[in-house]
Design a protein around this ligand. Structure first.
Ligand SMILES: [Zn+2]
Length: 111
């Protein structure tokens, strides 16, 4: 992008003009501050647009509760969930916090 290539040299020239009292400082720093606020706003909006990094890429995988019981426990209210279909690797949230994951491996029946 050509504006990026010219940005820092233009800033340097502007600071030199301020240093040698050719231009008042406010005419240089006010646009720079405005540009900085603009860039921060665009960057934060971009992170909102990308968002949802926790949404998985692949399809959900069914979990057989006869082989392995995966439960999630909420430390806030005590609710407990049994996982039947795994959609993401991260535990779900409840009461605003991540739930605690617990694996229970089914006991093998003796022959
Ligand atoms: Zn809860």
């Amino acid at each position: 992008m050509p504006t990026r290539r010219w940005f820092w040299p233009v800033v340097g020239v502007a600071l030199a003009l301020v240093a040698f009292d050719v231009v008042e400082a406010r005419y240089v720093f006010a646009p720079l501050l405005g540009l900085f606020i603009w860039r921060v706003g665009i960057a934060s909006l971009g992170s909102l647009r990308r968002g949802a990094a926790y949404v998985p890429d692949g399809p959900p995988e069914p979990v057989d509760p006869r082989d392995e019981r995966i439960t999630y426990w909420c430390g806030g209210c005590g609710a407990e969930l049994l996982l039947l279909v795994r959609g993401a690797a991260v535990p779900p949230r409840h009461c605003g916090e991540r739930m605690t994951e617990r694996h229970e491996v089914a006991r093998q029946s003796l022959p």
